[in-house]
Write a protein that binds this ligand. Sequence first.
Ligand code: ADP
Ligand code: MG
Length: 377
Amino acid sequence: MAAKSATEQKIRVGLIFGGRSGEYEISLLSARSVMDALDPDKYEVIPIGITKEGRWVSAGLRALELGDEPMQPAALLGDPSHAALMQVHEDSNRRLSISAVSELDVIVPILHGPYGEDGTVQGLLELAGLPYSGAGVVGSAVAMDKVVFKKVMQAEGLPILPYELVLRSEWEREPAQVIERVESVLHYPIFTKPVNLGSSVGISRCDDRAGLEAGLAEAALYDRRLVAEQGIEARDIECSVLGNDDPIASVAGEIIPSREFYSYQAKYLDEGEDASELLIPAPIGEKLMAQVQAWSLQAYKVIDCAGMARVDFLLEKESDKLYINEINTIPGFTSISMYPKLWAASGVSYPELVDRLIELALERHASKKRTRTSYEG
Ligand SMILES: Nc1ncnc2c1ncn2[C@@H]1O[C@H](COP(=O)(O)OP(=O)(O)O)[C@@H](O)[C@H]1O
Ligand SMILES: [Mg+2]
């Protein structure tokens, strides 16, 4: 048999970026770093963009970054017998036809926030029978939902901050009762958040009743479920986890936000001397470090994460009491983001990390394929 050519042997990686989320821009930055780190001798990258409006396009990352190049409509079908990137053609009578443009061996979704990190895209990839990096449907969805996540952590015996769930419909119908209810269980400062989002979009620190009203109104712009959470004076501590059934935890890091809290501005916009700082390892002492790592692994496993996730904690300044805050199943992934930097400090370089994520995706898929889908009793 003739030897396979180099291109035939390459792993075809469908890199998905963009997405219908407030974190679109961050996704493009993360995807750029991943793209640059994928070894061209080993991988063939098939870029798959999702525009802010949710249109799937077969286009290079640059096309989305610049937004001005023509973008060919594309699709993935939820059908394992057509597990390829499809191009969609529309004729003058608006009749659609599709054709396969590229077979895919594995998908790396680098999408942050709703419609990407929350189990939706993962569901499509499951239907398509394609291996993909990161958590599956349940892990993604639970991690994205701040309230369901808290419930699960509570059941697991991990400490969380007190909170109150507020539906947008009740907030709009009876704001005075909602304020009264929140004030009866929490005291100021209170943090208000959309339940399903990230990057601190829609989050406010509320120091009084007027602030709480404004905070809930702001959060209500982004979700139909809102959460009011007990605010504390806290340090932001984060830990990276990598693996499937036997995950490992990195050294934990600390963020020194450039603002009163780690807001969108502090995460992405403040630059140079004004930028937020990352301290790696976090100066928290051995005992807390071990605690953070153990709880990170416990939380990761209980919500059925896979591949990677960053587990975030709030450490109360005065008491050194540690609370689990959230899990990010597709954490910021630029080369200067916390997730890869924590691994770099723990002995795993950025390109190794990307390799490992792809291996883990293939390994998990292979293990799933052993599962029966028909009853042969
Ligand atoms: N209850 C709280 N008390 C104190 N600070 C908080 C609280 N909740 C959030 N913060 C601050 O706001 C930031 C963003 O909140 P977080 O829940 O992590 O949302 P996101 O999913 O958008 O990152 C945190 O990193 C922290 O700095
Ligand atoms: Mg966060």
